[in-house]
Design a binder for this molecule. Structure first.
Ligand SMILES: *[C@@H]1O[C@H](CO)[C@@H](O)[C@H](O)[C@H]1NC(C)=O
Ligand SMILES: *[C@@H]1O[C@H](CO)[C@@H](O)[C@H](O)[C@H]1NC(C)=O
Ligand SMILES: *[C@@H]1O[C@H](CO)[C@@H](O)[C@H](O)[C@H]1NC(C)=O
Ligand SMILES: *[C@@H]1O[C@H](CO)[C@@H](O)[C@H](O)[C@H]1NC(C)=O
Ligand SMILES: *[C@@H]1O[C@H](CO)[C@@H](O)[C@H](O)[C@H]1NC(C)=O
Length: 211
């Protein structure tokens, strides 16, 4: 336990970025471009190739991203796409950096790890997806996981006090009465809408041009 806590403290010292308000656009230009390029590539691969990915986009300025395929609904889990994954990882770093301001640093690190289970369905929803490359994402929304659970304070400098899941306009993403979890977050539904819209538009186009 002592070893684990020591390594956590070393990690805290190693990342010397001062406590700031996390926003994915604060990543440097090179990292944004690299992440965006991986985002578009992942979408194209998921669709079966660039020509089958008419709605694969990512804006390296705003990090607005979307993925819509011509023939299939993208089947990659939202939390594994490069942009949402980078959003989670950046929020986690700011969370840990800010533990120096807390009265119990090791407990704060444990909290950060629990609220930022990046690349899993327990990751905080990333509000980076967009309907169009020119439309800025929301960036900040209620602290809920993709699974639909309410999360504790993400401790990344963003004020989410007035952003409870039930006031966000979506249904309450609590455990359903059948015991299963519903994903009813803004990000999920807009991503699904986007994907369906992409599929529908291109299915219609294909029909019109009788591919
Ligand atoms: C740490 O601060 C919290 C409030 O932020 C307080 O409730 C708690 O008692 C404090 N713990 C210690 C050990 O000082
Ligand atoms: C800090 O948090 C850890 C883990 O919750 C706990 O075991 C420890 O007693 C706390 N230390 C203080 C000084 O409150
Ligand atoms: C850890 O999270 C718990 C539950 O949300 C909270 O009560 C506690 O104050 C947090 N501890 C620190 C050091 O941030
Ligand atoms: C990316 O977003 C910015 C800011 O909204 C916008 O000015 C720019 O045109 C967008 N890029 C593309 C390729 O649409
Ligand atoms: C860091 O923690 C302090 C005290 O809890 C809080 O007021 C501040 O907003 C936090 N800053 C960031 C960047 O998380």
């Amino acid at each position: 336990m002592k070893v684990a806590i020591n390594s956590l403290l070393i990690a805290a010292v190693a990342t010397t970025v001062s406590a700031e308000v996390w926003k994915i656009t604060s990543l440097d230009k090179g990292t944004r471009e690299n992440t965006c390029s991986r985002q578009v590539q992942a979408c194209q691969n998921n669709c079966g190739g660039p020509t089958l990915a008419p709605m694969a986009f990512c804006n390296a300025t705003t990090m607005a991203w979307g993925c819509g395929c011509k023939n299939n609904t993208p089947n990659m889990e939202v939390w594994n796409w490069p942009v949402p994954a980078a959003d989670c990882s950046g929020s986690l770093n700011v969370c840990k950096n800010n533990c120096s301001t807390k009265n119990n640093t090791s407990e704060c690190f444990i909290n950060c790890t629990k609220t930022h289970m990046c690349n899993t369905e327990d990751a905080p929803v990333s509000y980076t997806s967009s309907s169009d490359i020119a439309v800025e994402p929301k960036y900040v929304g209620p602290a809920v996981s993709y699974k639909g659970d309410k999360l504790g304070d993400l401790n990344d400098g963003n004020n989410r006090d007035n952003l409870s899941p039930s006031s966000s306009g979506t249904s309450d993403p609590k455990t359903a009465s059948d015991g299963s979890h519903k994903s009813t977050t803004d990000d999920d539904s807009s991503a699904t809408r986007l994907q369906l819209a992409g599929t529908a538009v291109f299915a219609a186009l294909a029909a019109a041009l009788s591919f």
